[in-house]
Design a protein around this ligand. Structure first.
Ligand code: SAH
Length: 211
């Protein structure tokens, strides 16, 4: 019997867990996660597990990457902001669906290595910046979608301001990793947010000037 390729097995698992958007499943299948994790973790790259990426940070679990990306309901014209580049993996996944991805990482060593990795692997529509993502990327606003992959105590106001009307903001909120919720907000024409919780999650806390 021929063994099912690891990428196909992961995608089948994610579909079984409820990920439906075929674009998200195809993106997870096509982005080589082993290129985003340390060499000693490469053999686990296609498991549905968070993996260390250095500097005490982690590459999110594929299910959580898929859940967040699906929740953004990306369109072919969406301009997307990611806060927390980490390895660059989620930015790469999003770039398979949306044409413009802007990603910010606070730790210089990670910002530099992710930027170099994304360029080397050919993800040339992802623009990287080192800085405090709680301030967003005002020169490129508004964004149709914003995804935050480190947990603030409260949603940073700059990100709300930089979200387009009708845009979607997906963010894990709660400093204590044992009590965090992944929240999804949609911006109303009056500038307010409608939101609901998607899942309990465990992200590293957002650092910097985050509220
Ligand atoms: N999305 C990443 C995983 C991110 S882990 C991936 O796919 O690999 C969370 C990242 O957020 C860490 O790299 C951490 O350094 C970064 N981070 C924490 N606070 C931040 C802030 N205020 N601005 C930007 N990045 C931040």
């Amino acid at each position: 019997m021929i063994e099912e390729p690891a990428a196909e097995r992961l995608v089948r698992h994610l579909a079984h867990r409820g990920i439906r958007d075929p674009r998200v499943l195809a993106a997870i299948r096509d982005v080589p996660r082993q290129a985003f994790v340390p060499g000693n973790c490469a053999r686990d790259a296609w498991l549905d597990e968070a993996l260390p990426l250095g500097s005490g940070q982690t590459v999110s679990q594929p299910y959580v990457v898929a859940l967040m990306t699906e929740a953004l309901e990306l369109e072919a014209s969406s301009k997307v902001l990611e806060v927390g580049t980490g390895s660059g993996y989620q930015a790469a996944v999003i770039s398979r669906i949306a044409p413009q991805v802007f990603t910010i990482e606070i730790l210089p060593v990670l910002a530099e290595s992710a930027c170099e990795r994304l360029a080397r692997l050919g993800y040339c529509t992802v623009r990287c910046r080192q800085g405090d993502g709680a301030e967003g990327w005002p020169e490129e606003a508004p964004f149709e979608a914003i995804v935050v992959t480190a947990a603030p105590k409260r949603v940073p106001q700059a990100l709300v301001d930089q979200l387009a009307v009708g845009g979607r903001l997906c963010v894990p909120v709660g400093e204590d990793p044992s009590d965090q919720r992944l929240l999804l907000f949609v911006k109303r024409p009056d500038g307010g947010l409608d939101g609901h919780a998607l899942a309990p999650v465990r992200f590293v806390p957002m650092t910097g000037a985050a509220p």
